[in-house]
Design a protein around this ligand. Structure first.
Ligand SMILES: [Zn+2]
Length: 336
């Protein structure tokens, strides 16, 4: 029996075809409509419907480039199931180079949204009702917030077995088991029995070569895991190590931070990982790692107020093997 056509935002996509659909989400106050372009590859054969989306936070750019490269590599003739690619979800935030919508709301705290709600709630509702509703699996691409950077990593709730399998398939050295935050896309996914993972890599408003290469490879790995790729052999995978928690090290004082470590570094409890100095050199505060762990994120701006989150450190049972896998990933990316 032939596969059904996909009905999305008033358009009908026949099996074995690909299309671009522009979904109107809102308007500028110039009366200009704002569209969310969605690229759809609706394969001839049955399979899962994978949604890959980015820039729910409008200033997070790495995922947009990941999706551009995925679209260029995808051909509907060789696809099982359906790929829905949304490079930019939060267009108003993107235009303003901002994480947030112009109403200062965080779109990733506004799901599932409301047709008659705030601006963020309306955009969220449109995305969920027109796009997310079709998906069985979701890969949501993010970066660290402004003035921070993240080691390429997957975050998901591993109590869902399929989430864990997708997270492993993505092939990053680190998977952070993270609780679902109410209002996030993963929250909606969980409520509607969809499987969702978040990829975090790099920093806001910048392209990172490593983050983008890791992201492209990871999405292809997930598509291969979901049997969406015809005759494609599974690429070599790293077996990720799962961290059940991470902690933020906060500034003990104000000043200018000198960072002494890199993303992915293995740090020891009691190790000095940075210093906070006053401009005259009269006062230096050491930033000490409270645990043995791996640096999975850190602040990139030297201007520090007391209490600010500076380093995100994840702890693992076998830290040295995680450090090895991070080196393996680096050399793999270098050879791409
Ligand atoms: Zn984000």
């Amino acid at each position: 029996m032939p596969r059904d056509a996909l009905h999305i935002a008033g358009k009908i996509i026949a099996p074995g075809t690909d299309a671009r659909v522009n979904i109107e989400t809102t308007q500028l106050y110039t009366n200009t409509p704002i569209y969310m372009p969605v690229r759809i590859f609706h394969g001839m054969e049955d399979g899962p419907t994978l949604l890959v989306c980015a820039a729910i936070h409008g200033d997070e750019l790495n995922g947009i480039e990941v999706i551009r490269q995925i679209i260029q590599r995808t051909s509907v003739e060789h696809l099982k199931g359906t790929l829905i690619a949304v490079p930019i979800v939060n267009h108003l935030g993107f235009i303003h180079r901002s994480r947030y919508l112009p109403d200062r709301r965080d779109l990733n705290r506004s799901f599932p949204g409301l047709e008659t709600g705030s601006l963020a709630a309306r955009v969220a509702h449109k995305f969920v009702s027109e796009v997310v509703s079709h998906a069985t699996h979701i890969v949501d691409l993010h970066t660290a917030a402004l003035h921070r950077t993240n080691l390429p990593q997957i975050r998901t709730d591993i109590s869902d077995e399929e989430n864990l399998s997708m997270a492993k398939a993505f092939g990053m050295p680190v998977v952070l088991n993270s609780e679902v935050i109410e209002g996030s896309l993963r929250y909606v996914a969980g409520q509607e029995n969809k499987h969702a993972i978040t990829f975090e890599a790099g920093e806001a408003l910048r392209f990172s070569h490593d983050a983008i290469k890791s992201g492209v490879q990871g999405v292809i790995n997930v598509m291969a895991y979901l049997n969406m790729l015809d005759d494609r052999e599974m690429p070599p995978l790293l077996v990720p190590t799962i961290a059940n928690s991470s902690l933020w090290v906060r500034a003990d004082g104000d000043g200018m931070m000198v960072n002494l470590v890199n993303l992915g570094d293995h740090v020891k409890q009691g190790q000095t990982i940075g210093t906070i100095n006053d401009p005259f050199g009269d006062k230096t505060i050491k930033i000490i790692s409270p645990i043995n762990g791996i640096i999975i994120g850190h602040s990139t701006i030297p201007l520090i107020h007391q209490g600010e989150a500076l380093y995100n450190i994840a702890s693992f049972r076998k830290i040295s093997s995680v450090a090895e896998k991070i080196n393996d990933l680096r050399s793999y990316i270098k050879n791409q």
